[in-house]
Ligand binder design. Structure first.
Ligand code: ADP
Ligand code: MG
Length: 712
């Protein structure tokens, strides 16, 4: 008898051609196949007597073939197979188009089950292209798989139809050894979920929609449960690790805060407090600091790093681009001009050290590495690429990562390899993560949120611009530029095609064609603005395929005011602080997620000028307008993120390939109740059995799970 781990190649009746195709879907064992779930069902459950059929009805009939013929239709040049089927109440004609082989399958005298729509022609009923299933004997009437029931429809691949998959799945389910349960029985009972064997049967071949529903819920629960269990275990593991505690000198801190040119907002203070508390613990911090663009995350992290430096410990500050690394370096010098413990910036192009009181020196990278290793430099700012290099630290206790959802397990491992002690980790992100996602997918993180913008900020005036008002908007923008302001233009987002479409176009599509399309869009927009609309202004463009140095140069020029209008794709440059940029213009606004639009808007409104955001859209659909209107009215990004999660699903927050998170879980994270109950179950089991010794199967599954999920 087959078990879940039996390779499909050892199962009778699956040919090499099928094995190949299945492997393309990542399906190698019986267990894999059984976990290839249908995404919907065709309802052919209504089995009717032929005499009772009604026009237009979806139905299944079962009877004997009394006659089969085939012919070419001379009108439409199609090949027709025609059969008459009769049961004890009457007979009906069925027609299939362009499936000539059917005349060899549907032989006279055979018992068949047909499902499809009842069509009327010349006052007579017939079935057009019905799904057919030949039955070998009366017993099989109750075991149909393609008709007479809820019929599963699967994600398909070339040459592997749902029908084909049903053929494979049904005998495996029938002949499989009893599957051992991996979920705790108590959790199943408490949440009224079916055990695994029923659930597998029900999800593939449900007797009722209720069964399908219950099975789906169970598997969603299972995924969420594993996800959260994996997070909780990750967190426990981190808590068991040792880190250097960094105390806070409160007097010193108060004085430092008094030295700032502004007062921290309430949530900046709260977040700083969270971080400093974490730093005092002998276990590594793993915290995400989230806050809208411009909410002032940098100063909070800088103050924490300064606290570590006060204790003569090293910190690292990592940014996604050189420009941002530079910005942080400048910010630090501006706010803490008297910092004398060595502040270095190291990027691909340069290395510099600031020694306090205006003293700054360029330095060879090899020299810098030595100074870092000896501990002479306490604060190192650089790009993410920094940690790819083998920097040896002297006493690294604190790592800050800017503009990343969180610090990946892999990156952490890398830093650990270089340095024996586990540093405290803080990541910062302007993309707010909805609460349900922070609970499940990012559950091993502690969270601090900056909820308000610094006072003195003027609200950004946001307008939805219909095509008729385009010229007016351009005139307004020109006027603003003439007053000395600068403009960001975001090009329409190019939708990454579905995996299915990518497959059709060949799999290299993603890298090649996507980037090309995107660059084409930017170039077109750039040329339009540069030549037609604003020939008198300085226009420049930025896109993902430009070399890092080119990008840096353009950003530098924009920051220096040498460029009036900067056209860019949605993917480049986050978090850049250009106070003089007062206009954000977004083309094809309807194509973006709400949270993303909100983020774009946050790039302006940082200086003292009144700022504007224009959402250009050609769509006049009311739903579009409503969505965009919620950006106009939005008070904070988190609200929009929650809305995005509702409308567009979690892909928006996790990237296109969904980082290895199972489909059902992806959908299930939108169900707060299921998130809550699965979390409860995960906590319960960990409390009783932290090592999962009584649940070896679960433990095994989790290990595989953690390997598959690669969130960064
Ligand atoms: P983000 O959270 O997007 O990284 P930044 O840290 O770049 O934001 O801060 C944006 C700007 O706001 C910076 O110029 C910073 O100096 C300023 N800022 C930060 N906190 C305050 C505050 N409490 N009051 C006034 N300005 C502040
Ligand atoms: Mg920032």
């Amino acid at each position: 008898m087959a078990t879940l781990t039996t390779p499909l190649s050892e199962i009778y009746g699956i040919g090499p051609k099928f094995l190949d195709r299945l492997e393309k879907l990542g399906i190698k064992t019986a267990g894999d196949l059984l976990r290839h779930f249908p995404f919907r069902y065709d309802d052919f459950s209504q089995i009717c007597k032929i005499a009772e059929l009604k026009a237009g009805q979806q139905a299944t009939i079962q009877g004997t073939i009394t006659d089969v013929s085939s012919r070419r239709s001379w009108q439409r040049r199609m090949f027709l197979v025609e059969a008459f089927i009769s049961d004890e109440t009457g007979d009906i004609r069925a027609i299939w188009f362009n499936q000539p082989y059917l005349k060899n399958v549907l032989r006279e005298g055979k018992l068949v089950s047909l499902a499809g729509k009842v069509v009327v022609s010349k006052n007579k009923f017939y079935l057009s292209n019905p799904v057919y299933e030949v039955l070998n004997n009366e017993d099989e009437i109750s075991q149909t798989k393609h008709t007479g029931r809820l019929v599963p429809i699967y994600p398909e691949t070339k040459g592997l139809t749902s029908k084909g998959i049903r053929y494979l799945v049904q005998p495996i389910i029938r002949d499989l050894e009893k599957i051992p349960e991996i979920l705790p029985i108590s959790a199943l009972q408490k949440n009224n979920l079916p055990e695994i064997n029923s659930a597998i049967r029900w999800i593939h071949f449900p007797e009722s929609p209720k069964e399908a529903q219950a099975a789906k819920k169970r598997f969603a629960f299972e995924d969420l449960f594993c996800l959260q269990l994996s997070n909780i275990r990750q967190r426990l593991k981190l808590n068991a690790e040792k880190a250097v505690p960094v105390p806070t000198d409160m007097e010193w801190l108060k004085e430092t805060l008094r030295g700032l040119p502004f007062e921290l907002t309430i949530s900046q203070k709260q977040s700083l407090w969270d971080i400093l508390q974490d730093l005092q613990k002998p276990h590594p911090m793993n915290r995400l600091l989230q806050g809208d663009v411009g909410s002032g995350k940098t100063i909070v992290a800088a103050l924490a790093a300064l606290t570590a430096a006060k204790e003569n410990k090293q910190s690292v500050f990592m940014a996604p681009t050189e420009i941002l690394a530079n910005q942080h370096y400048q910010t630090f010098i501006k706010f803490f001009p008297g910092f004398k413990k060595g502040l270095a910036i190291v990027t691909a192009s340069e290395a510099k050290v600031f020694y306090g009181d205006g003293l700054e020196a360029k330095i060879k990278k090899s020299e810098l590495l030595k100074e870092i290793a000896s501990g002479k430099i306490k604060l190192i700012i650089g790009t993410h690429a920094l940690i790819q290099k083998n920097i040896v630290f002297n006493d690294l206790v604190f790592v800050v990562i800017d503009e990343q959802h969180r610090f990946g397990v892999k990156q952490r491992a890398k830093l650990l390899k270089i340095n024996k002690l586990v540093p405290h980790f803080l990541s910062m992100s302007a993309t707010p993560i909805p609460r349900t996602l922070t609970l499940t997918i990012f559950g091993d993180l502690n969270l601090s949120t900056i909820t308000e913008l610094p006072k003195n900020r003027k609200a950004i005036i946001t307008k939805i611009v219909a095509p008729a008002n385009r010229d007016k908007a351009y005139a307004f923008i020109r006027d603003q530029v003439q007053k000395g302001r600068q403009v960001f233009v975001i090009c329409p987002r190019i939708e990454i095609p579905s995996l299915e479409d990518q497959e059709k176009a060949g799999l290299s599509w993603r890298n090649q064609a996507f980037q090309n399309l995107e660059i084409k869009a930017v170039k077109e927009e750039y040329e339009k603005l540069n030549i037609k609309i604003f020939p008198d202004l300085e226009v420049a463009m930025l896109h993902g395929k430009m070399k890092a140095e080119e990008k840096e140069l353009i950003m530098k020029q924009f920051k220096n005011g040498e460029i009036d209008v900067l056209v860019s794709t949605s993917v480049v440059e986050v978090g850049v602080d250009v106070p003089n940029a007062a206009i954000m213009m977004i083309e094809g606004a309807e194509r973006f997620g709400l949270a993303q639009l909100y983020q774009f808007r946050g790039r302006v409104g940082r200086g003292g000028h009144q700022s504007f955001c224009f959402l250009f859209t050609d769509s006049s659909a009311q739903s579009t307008n409503q969505r965009l209107q919620s950006v106009v009215e939005a008070k904070n990004g988190l609200e929009l993120a929650e809305k995005d999660l509702e409308i567009r699903g979690p892909g928006e927050f996790l990237g296109q390939n969904q980082a290895g998170i199972p489909d059902l879980a992806m959908k299930a994270v939108q169900n707060p109740d299921l998130v809550k109950t699965s979390r409860q179950a995960a906590l319960e089991i960990i409390e009783k059995d932290p090592e999962l010794n009584a649940h070896p199967l679960l433990k095994e599954k989790l290990e595989k799970f953690s390997k598959d999920i690669h969130l960064e």
